[in-house]
Design a protein around this ligand. Structure first.
Ligand SMILES: [Zn+2]
Length: 136
């Protein structure tokens, strides 16, 4: 079971209590929080980017046992991936590149439209190397 309670960038409240949530599809595009991620179950700060799917479609059951499907993007999408990972025993820092904590593989919107135009099937990755001091 996971619980999410947060506001997205538009001030919309996302309040979910979900049982057996499963990601049934996700975007090719990735995203990450520039501030990195934190966790109430981790009593220390772990620096580094945590690559996530930009958008996810999740199937789950609500408290009444009714099946629900959610399509999420932005912060709620990141949060639900973080929470579903917990159910699988995966912590956010497991996704951080050990050698380059601030490296991410980003497929941007621009690249997505390029890909459609050229019909390329192989997505290119953009690697960004940033120091933590660049972030604030
Ligand atoms: Zn957590």
């Amino acid at each position: 079971m996971i619980a999410i309670y947060l506001e997205d960038d538009n001030g919309k409240l996302h309040e979910y209590m979900l049982f057996n949530p499963k990601i049934i599809s996700h975007s090719v595009e990735n995203t990450y929080l520039e501030s990195g991620e934190g966790c109430l179950s981790v009593d220390r700060e772990v620096s580094g980017f945590v690559p996530r799917h930009a958008r996810v479609k999740v199937k789950a059951f609500d408290i009444d046992g009714k099946e629900v499907t959610l399509k999420l993007k932005g912060l709620p999408s990141i949060a639900i991936q973080h929470e579903i990972d917990h159910l699988d025993g995966i912590m956010f820092y497991d996704h951080i590149d050990k050698e380059n904590p601030f490296k991410v593989c980003l497929i941007t919107q621009h690249e997505m439209s390029d890909r459609k135009n050229t019909g390329l099937l192989i997505a290119r990755c953009f690697f960004r190397f940033l120091k933590k001091s660049d972030l604030f």
